[in-house]
Design a protein around this ligand. Structure first.
Ligand code: ADP
Length: 160
């Protein structure tokens, strides 16, 4: 069983994340979202909500699981016997950070290799903060999130 970990905040999951998950899931037997719980980071959705949204948004992908973690991704990968981490690469500016993380994660868990997958062209400028900002100001984000996430955003911002 070859498993890959997809770590991130996913606050909330959007089409850019889903695209990476769809493509990465075809390369492995199992794709496991590692939803970061970081007390210092202010998130709109709690970990349980973020996991529920991921499960709903990836229903069409058969081999997906999602769990939260407040520890090291390298340890999460070890616990789940994963052989790889997948990360999306949007801009050249993402590279330096991703390169550092990949090197450190390999140091912490030599059984795991990081794969960087280039973002689909139409999602290059998409991130969770933009989705939240637009939704809060009553803009249309239906092209960028799945229907279950759209519903949750409406509830959070009390929009009809
Ligand atoms: P965000 O930047 O959307 O808040 P996360 O911290 O949840 O994202 O990132 C989790 C992973 O998803 C990272 O590898 C990140 O590069 C990737 N990712 C984020 N946005 C996109 C996108 N628009 N297209 C592809 N990958 C993305």
């Amino acid at each position: 069983m070859r498993s890959v970990i997809y770590p991130g905040t996913f606050d909330p999951i959007h089409s850019g994340h889903i695209d990476i998950a769809e493509r990465a899931s075809t390369l492995f037997d199992k794709l496991i979202f590692a939803v970061a719980v970081n007390a210092e980071k202010n998130t709109l959705f709690n970990p349980k909500e973020r996991i529920e949204m991921i499960i709903g948004a990836t229903e069409h992908i058969p081999n997906v699981e999602a769990y939260s973690t407040d520890g090291l991704v390298a340890d999460f990968a070890r616990k789940h016997k994963a052989i790889a981490l997948i990360r999306g690469l949007r801009h050249v500016s993402d590279f330096e950070f991703e390169f550092q993380m990949a090197t450190m994660n390999h140091h912490l868990n030599p059984d795991v290799s990081t794969l960087l997958m280039v973002t689909a062209e139409n999602y290059i400028h998409l991130n969770s903060s933009v989705v939240k900002d637009v939704a809060r100001l009553k803009g249309d984000v239906s092209k960028f999130v799945s229907i279950n996430v759209l519903q949750k955003l409406k509830e959070k911002y009390s929009l009809s």
